[in-house]
Ligand binder design. Structure first.
Ligand SMILES: NC(=O)c1ccc[n+]([C@@H]2O[C@H](COP(=O)([O-])OP(=O)(O)OC[C@H]3O[C@@H](n4cnc5c(N)ncnc54)[C@H](OP(=O)(O)O)[C@@H]3O)[C@@H](O)[C@H]2O)c1
Length: 294
């Protein structure tokens, strides 16, 4: 039995589909029965529960050989790191209570940093907590910047005809399609080929700058001259709060962008065949254009 948290999200749904296609038993965890229905229709066992609730997660993980853990981004939490740690603690207790042997954990490039890297510092804490669980084999997938983050800019592109973020225009960073993370997660969940506590970085198909991202997106949506604007930190923070993020989450993202601009992306590994994944930004842009056009 595999238990997949965040099953309705970017990575979770792809993992579930792959495991089911291989004939595995899969329990899918989410907060809303309706959102779990499409996965249940494919043969997954739905489990409705909140990630911060120990009793609920302990039942969710019952009988699991392996669990995929994902600490959901707490966009509106007044205290982001505390909220992430509460979820992390819940997962850890549920893993211990059920003596789960294998965990694949979605983490982030930069999770070696205990400070100064926004919401990723909460994933650092989660890694540390899982690493303290004695008999459980844990594989941390430290993913680069998600291509899917560009979906948050659709409203901006539509309303103002620009793409923008606080990132420096020409700074190339490792950008990954979440389906590629899911493919690696599913592969290791099926093979159970990891032992002890280990970490791999997943850096996408190539490093790419926001300038190039914007050129590719612009071409895909029929706006070949779409400009990219580097937003000031204060303006970006105000816009995030305006979109409903808590002040603490907006501060965290600004901290993360500032870190990347000042120091470069904090991955530890040099790019290699092992940490490079197939989906090109050009491929992602086709899916982006389909969503943009709706
Ligand atoms: N964005 C990036 O560039 C980036 C880079 C590296 C790592 N990460 C990390 O990747 C993770 C996000 O992964 P993702 O994109 O696959 O997920 P996602 O699409 O953000 O989805 C989050 C999932 O968590 C579930 N969820 C949210 N709150 C929950 C709660 N309180 N209890 C139970 N389930 C809850 C949601 O399901 P329901 O709504 O159906 O409950 C949803 O399935 C985060 O840990 C993030 O820090 C992000």
């Amino acid at each position: 039995m595999y238990v997949i948290t965040g099953a309705t999200g970017n990575t979770g749904q792809h993992i579930v589909r792959t495991l089911l296609a291989k004939g595995a038993r899969v329990r899918v965890v989410g907060r809303d029965a309706e959102r779990l229905k499409p996965l249940a229709a494919l043969g997954a066992e739905p489990f409705v529960g909140a990630a911060g609730d120990v009793k609920s997660m302990t039942r969710a993980f019952a009988g699991a050989t392996a669990v995929y853990t994902l600490v959901p981004p707490p966009y509106s939490a007044p205290q982001v790191r505390n909220t992430q740690n509460a979820v992390s603690q819940t997962y850890a207790e549920a893993i211990i209570a059920n003596q789960v042997r294998y965990v694949v954990n979605l983490s982030s490039a930069g999770a070696q940093l205990a400070q100064d890297f926004g919401p990723v510092n909460g994933l650092h804490d989660h890694e540390q907590r899982l690493n303290q669980i004695g008999d459980t084999h844990v594989l941390h997938l430290r993913a680069g910047f998600f291509m899917e983050n560009q979906f948050f800019n659709i409203a901006l592109i539509r309303a103002q005809g620009i793409n923008g973020s606080p990132l420096r225009a020409e700074l190339a960073i490792p950008m990954i399609a979440t389906q590629d993370i899911a493919a690696v997660a599913a592969q290791h969940l099926l093979a159970l080929d990891f032992s002890g506590k280990s970490t791999i970085e997943l850096l996408g198909q190539r490093d790419i700058s926001m300038q190039e991202v914007t050129r590719i997106l612009g071409a895909a949506i029929g706006k070949p001259d779409l400009p990219y604007l580097q937003f000031g930190y204060e303006d970006a923070r105000a816009a995030m709060v305006g979109m409903g993020l808590s002040a603490d989450m907006a501060d965290g993202y600004i901290e993360l962008y500032r870190y990347i601009n000042d120091h470069g992306y904090p991955q530890l590994e040099a790019r290699s065949v092992k940490n490079t994944t197939p989906t090109r930004f050009e491929d992602f842009a086709q899916g982006f254009a389909a969503v943009y056009g709706k």
